[in-house]
Design a protein around this ligand. Structure first.
Ligand code: GLC
Length: 440
């Protein structure tokens, strides 16, 4: 079992390395204005739920254990979702302080949580007999949380995915499925705020395809670092032109093969994108896979580590989306719900230093800063020895410095060379000691 997870993680890690390649076309990008809500939102909840949840060995189980597609599809009959409650999911996200959610409408196994008319491999034709995405979008709209849909063009059921030239007709059928289903998702449920593609990049296309070429030493695999360059194409520009027509303001992820409105980073933080592109870090709140595993109940990030990560990301101008994998019955692990509630408590106290801020600076030794028009928030994750922090100079005058937890005064000296915060208080058991500097 351990070996399996290591293999899965390896696949994901390799895949991530190769993920930076995409078609650059800025004409399809949302305007700064239309991206504003997303940049202000900072924190979201990712939900991975599907047939794989039943097996409890991660959402890649069909691929990593090479389960026969027909055999795997029988899980439909067990997909009862008896405790699935979209309103509850949405409440959990709201109570965590999340401003948006992203739910897997369809993962790489091809099973749809929504009512598709491209075949019947969906929740409506499962033991659940319902359209889970319809419920989710409705609940999100009612609660006023931004609605995101995850969709994987990649579908392991299609041989054409693995060998797109040899099985070209099949690959074209798979592509037709993507266009049809993306259209369905964007027309059947009203407004959708985020389209979170995954697995539509050319690097991924054809993975698993073993080839023969004497010049390359006989049998070889292409490798993720080298994008597929055969005759098949997802035509990501055409796909997203359609998307823009259907939902003009939808925020699109970079994983369709087009650059997308924002960059994604997965699990490990790889640094702030150079060109000030909007970006998001996705990672697991609990467990050892995105889909549910028994470890989702026990292996959960501590509140401190979530806050530390949030500060690290937001002070570098990114968003954080934390994942939960609901149990086979559709309910979210109580221990994860509890942690999310704690994050929500933190954010309800200190939200002004996170939401609608811009990134400032990050220093691994102590923490980072976030900025609004009026203030700089200094997030101290670790009080440095000497209890002094030196910040770079700013042109505006600092009028006051206060600790957010009790409104007590903080001591500071501003000069041409910078701002020194001195005599920094003991952490007072706060996961993040925040000093607010109000500027003139
Ligand atoms: C990955 C995986 C996947 C997960 C996702 C989240 O690349 O393929 O299982 O859904 O990224 O970022």
């Amino acid at each position: 079992m351990k070996k399996l997870f290591i293999a899965v993680i390896l696949v994901l890690a390799l895949a991530d390395v190769a993920r930076s390649q995409y078609v650059v076309d800025t004409t399809l990008l949302l305007s700064k204005n239309d991206m504003q809500w997303w940049r202000d939102a900072k924190f979201g909840l990712f939900v991975h739920y599907g047939l794989y949840s039943i097996l409890g060995r991660g959402e890649w189980v069909m691929w990593s254990e090479q389960i026969d597609t027909a055999e795997y599809s029988k899980l439909r009959d067990k997909f009862t979702c008896e405790k699935f409650n979209a309103t509850e999911w949405v409440e959990i996200a709201k109570n965590a302080g999340c401003k948006y959610m992203v739910v897997t409408a369809r993962h790489h196994d091809g099973f749809c949580l929504f009512d598709t008319h491209f075949g019947d491999y969906d929740a409506v034709h499962s033991a659940a007999h319902r359209d889970l995405i319809a419920d989710y979008v409705k609940a999100a709209h009612t609660a006023g949380i931004r609605t995101g849909i995850y969709y994987s063009p990649l579908d392991w059921r299609y041989p054409g995915y693995f060998l797109p030239d040899l099985y070209r007709t099949n690959a074209e059928e798979m592509k037709k499925q993507t266009y049809t289903q993306v259209r369905e998702l964007l027309t059947q449920y009203g407004k959708v705020d985020i389209l979170w593609y995954d697995g539509g990049e050319d690097n991924w296309l054809g993975f698993g395809g073993l080839m023969w070429n004497l010049a390359k030493g006989g049998w070889y695999t292409r490798g993720f670092e080298e994008p597929y360059s055969g005759k098949f194409s997802w035509e990501p520009i055409r796909l997203n032109t359609m998307v823009r027509k259907l939902q003009p303001n939808i925020v699109i992820s970079q994983r369709s093969g087009w650059m997308g409105d924002f960059e994604t980073q997965e699990v490990g933080f790889k640094g702030r994108p150079k060109d000030d592109r909007p970006w998001e870090l996705c990672t697991l709140l609990g467990g050892d896979a995105w889909g549910w595993t028994p470890k989702s109940a026990s292996q959960i990030m501590s509140l401190d580590s979530v806050v530390q990560l949030l500060v690290k990301v937001v002070s570098q101008d990114g968003n954080l989306i934390l994942n939960v994998g609901p149990k086979p019955d559709g309910s979210i692990e109580p221990a994860e719900v509890q942690r999310l509630k704690e994050i929500g408590n933190f954010l309800s106290k200190y939200g002004e230093s996170i939401y609608s801020t811009r990134g400032g600076m990050y220093d691994g030794r102590w923490g980072g800063t976030t900025i609004t028009d009026r203030a700089i928030y200094v997030h101290i994750l670790k009080v440095p020895t000497g209890r002094v922090i030196e910040l770079p100079p700013i042109s505006r005058k600092v009028l006051s410095a206060t600790y957010l937890y009790d409104n007590g005064k903080a001591t500071f000296v501003q000069s041409d060379t910078g701002i020194s915060l001195t005599d920094i208080a003991d952490k007072q058991n706060e996961p993040d000691l925040i000093i607010k500097l109000v500027m003139q």
